[in-house]
Design a protein around this ligand. Structure first.
Ligand SMILES: O=C(O)c1cc(=O)[nH]c(=O)n1[C@@H]1O[C@H](COP(=O)(O)O)[C@@H](O)[C@H]1O
Length: 286
């Protein structure tokens, strides 16, 4: 297939931490679009169906077609685990690290467990897969997040106000006069972020809450899923989520990009949707 990218020869050690890497990617890629890698065999084009390495082939094609317009790639671990394709996820992460070292890998795992177990999950994310950042669930408190923040070079992206409707069941509960999601935002910004490596997940489906979180956390990066297949409005999302200098966001889209095309040209179709999405985001950043 067509390669849309020149291979970056700069090594990751130029940008040492996840936050530095992300900030550099916002500039060099001119993008705040995070592309989610959520492989679903049923949605793959026919010519890849039944192939043993279909997940790897599909993912590499999407990556090569979009790597010049993405600020991050976010593989969702459940999609790989359900297919017994963790080895292909390892290969995808290796491919990203070697070929596109300037683009951060966000492993979407939403882990949360007691400290000793969290240590193993952290090793899985950072050593097995070589991720630059991982999504974590704050529900079990700081000791469950500590093994991740101990890796000061890595990003720790804490669920705050998730994009799903059911998120309101807990995240809107009143905690000392404010909703729980705002409490989480304060907790992370004021206490957990001692090494400046934290970020928060806030859904694009809730721009009002997104604006509230931005007001609480200043320039902290936000991972913002919910545009594309979930219907979040890009203009409202960007206006609510951008920092004063117009950055600060990893706005994620997965299915709308991955499955834009259904035939041999699926990667080109994905690129076109990704380009349109990146441009729509940029249009409202200033
Ligand atoms: O942490 C996430 O990435 C996440 C948080 C959230 O609140 N909502 C949400 O949709 N996600 C993830 O973002 C991706 C959204 O996929 P699409 O709806 O296909 O764009 C999926 O991998 C979700 O698991």
């Amino acid at each position: 297939m067509t390669s849309y990218n020149t291979v970056c020869t700069n090594k990751r050690d130029i940008a040492v931490t996840f936050i530095e890497q992300l900030s550099a990617a916002w500039q060099t890629q001119n993008s705040q679009l995070c592309i989610g890698l959520d492989p679903d065999l049923a949605k793959f084009p026919a010519h890849l169906q039944g192939k043993p390495d279909a997940v790897l082939t599909f993912s590499k094609a999407i990556i090569d077609a979009t790597a010049d317009i993405a600020c991050a790639f976010k593989p969702q671990i459940a999609y790989f685990a359900a297919l017994r394709a963790e080895d292909q996820l390892e290969d995808i992460c290796k491919y990203l690290r070697e070929r596109y070292p300037h683009i951060p890998i966000v492993l979407d795992a939403k882990r949360g467990d007691i400290g000793a177990t969290a240590e193993q999950y952290a090793r899985e994310a950072f050593e097995r897969y070589g991720a630059d950042a991982v999504t974590v669930n704050p529900y079990m408190g700081f000791d469950s997040v500590q093994p991740y923040v101990e890796r000061k070079d890595k990003g720790v992206i804490v669920l705050c106000r998730t994009s799903n409707a059911g998120g309101s069941d807990l995240q809107f509960l009143d905690v000392g006069g404010k909703p729980l999601y705002q409490h989480v935002a304060h907790l992370v910004a004021d206490k957990w972020n001692t090494s400046g490596q934290c970020a928060l997940v806030v859904g694009a489906t809730f721009p009002n809450e997104l604006a509230q979180v931005r007001a609480i956390v200043g320039d902290m990066p936000l991972l913002i899923p919910g545009i594309g297949a979930q219907g979040g409005d890009i203009k409202a999302t960007v206006e609510a989520g951008r920092t004063e200098n117009g950055t600060g966001m990893m706005i994620n889209s997965s299915r709308a990009i991955l499955y834009a095309g259904k035939d041999q040209n699926f990667a080109q179709a994905a690129r076109q949707v990704a380009l349109d999405t990146r441009d729509a985001i940029n249009q409202h950043c200033k």
